[in-house]
Design a protein around this ligand. Structure first.
Ligand code: PA5
Length: 437
């Protein structure tokens, strides 16, 4: 198992309640696998890698290798589940200052537009497009989402002005084949289309063409991403032990909800995971927040947030479940390992009382800050659980995508909601259209 879940900081009574829910969690898992659960028409993501994921990736790799135009950037036009997973992987794995590295030392940069309605953001992207050779991947399952549609109109016009008919080769469309205006438009204009399966909802779609195409264009190892997810699903294919962390975390979240928690915080100490935590927030918030129920998902980036929100966790309302997400090893398997040790004082003096840290790796201190927070928050009565993967690489991220999607489906089912729809999102959309018409 790639993920290890540590529940030892919970109280005995909390753990006993988790144990009491494992049978129901396992029943929900069976319904999910058999496609008899509520919302089963949107469970195509479950077991996706072996069913269609690897073959989809092959087709995408072929298309990318045959692209008729050179490119030095990829612009993803999309919102919500149509971009969050891609950004999660790219942010976690690329060099933080990649735009300053020579082109042959970095992945092809990914940029995003259409996930807000900022005119400033569009102006700046248009300026960027003037000097680069872009591939634009517009992604929208429905094809009718206002934010990416506005952005795409603007970007499409700019590409046609600059490239004329060659713009056709620079625009790739990911949408569902049936009933999508975007698909009809792509056919009319002659853009290459990539199918988004009708039984996979946006926030569960990162391992379909939605994530695989832009990540392949950027140069990420999507085989590894799918292999990580495949490992989780293969574990769930067999007769699943009640010890599996998927069941325990789903049951822990439901126990926290029943015991009065209102907030679920995912805490992390690797800043590169900020995008992953945004993906996770959308997954749980949109899946569970309905019918007056659901934990509010939030993220805490340690140690930065210990100097701001840390106070609230230590002494504010105790209605928080906290999940600590960590890597057991440092760095990525296929990169040359570089480490930084804390040196002694540069002039051999002791000014700051931190001499005792000399010789320790910086990451040891980072891990200790997570451990200290876990102990402090658990001691004041917050239910705290710790989740770890070997390292944050493509494989583990793929596993984590599949892991959290399954946990979310199960904990949504335990909560008694449909984790695959999002009826509430429509309300603001109607108001918006009314204001603008
Ligand atoms: O999870 C979902 O279904 C949503 O968050 C969608 O991803 C988001 O609304 C974007 O929708 P679309 O891909 O249809 O543009």
């Amino acid at each position: 198992m790639t993920v290890e879940l540590d529940l030892s900081h919970l109280t005995d009574s909390f753990r006993a309640e988790i144990e009491g829910k494992l049978t129901s969690a396992k029943q929900q898992l069976r319904k999910l696998a058999e496609k008899t659960c509520r919302g089963c028409e949107y469970t195509g993501w479950f077991d996706w890698p072996s069913l269609k994921g690897f073959s989809t990736l092959k087709e995408i790799q072929q298309e990318v290798s045959e692209l008729p135009v050179p490119y030095d950037m990829v612009l993803v036009v999309g919102i919500g589940g149509s971009y969050a997973g891609t950004k999660a992987v790219d942010d976690a794995l690329k060099h933080s200052f990649s735009q300053c590295l020579p082109a042959d030392h970095r992945l092809v940069p990914l940029f995003y537009v259409g996930h807000n309605v900022s005119e400033r953001a569009l102006i700046e992207i248009l300026e960027l497009l003037e000097t680069r050779e872009p591939i634009v991947n517009v992604i929208s399952k429905s094809g009718t989402t206002l934010e990416p549609n506005i952005a795409f109109r603007v970007i499409e016009q700019s590409l046609w002005r600059r490239y004329g008919k060659e713009a056709r080769q620079r625009i790739l469309v990911t949408t569902q084949n049936e009933g999508s205006y975007l698909h009809d438009l792509a056919l009319k204009r002659g853009y290459k289309t990539f199918d988004l399966p009708p039984d996979v909802g946006g926030r569960y779609s990162v391992l379909t063409a939605v994530g695989l195409l832009p990540l392949t264009l950027a140069g990420h190892d999507c085989e590894q991403l799918l292999s990580g997810a495949e490992l989780l699903f293969s574990e769930l294919r067999e007769e699943v032990s009640e010890r599996h962390p998927v069941l325990h975390l789903a049951a822990a979240r439901h126990t926290a909800w029943e015991k009065g928690s209102a907030i679920d915080i995912l805490s992390y100490s690797e800043p590169k995971l900020a995008g992953f935590v945004e993906w996770w927030k959308q997954l749980f918030g949109e899946s569970e927040g309905k019918e007056g129920k659901g934990l509010f998902p939030a993220g805490m980036m340690y140690s930065t947030d210990l100097h701001s929100l840390g106070q609230y966790l230590q002494e504010g309302p105790a209605n928080i479940l906290e999940t600590f997400l960590q890597a057991r090893e440092i760095g990525r398997s296929h990169q040359i390992e570089k480490r930084v040790k804390i040196p002694g004082d540069v002039l051999g003096a002791e000014h700051d009382r931190f001499g005792f840290l000399q010789g320790k790796y910086v990451e040891e201190v980072n891990a200790a800050a997570m451990q200290a927070s876990l102990r402090a928050h658990a001691a004041r009565g917050l239910p705290c659980v710790s989740l770890s993967v070997p390292r944050f690489d493509e494989f583990s991220l793929g596993y984590l995508f599949a892991f959290f999607e399954t946990v979310c489906a199960l904990s949504g089912a335990l909560l008694g909601v449909n984790p695959f729809d999002q009826p509430g999102v429509e309300v603001y959309k109607k108001e918006l259209i009314q204001i603008l018409r």
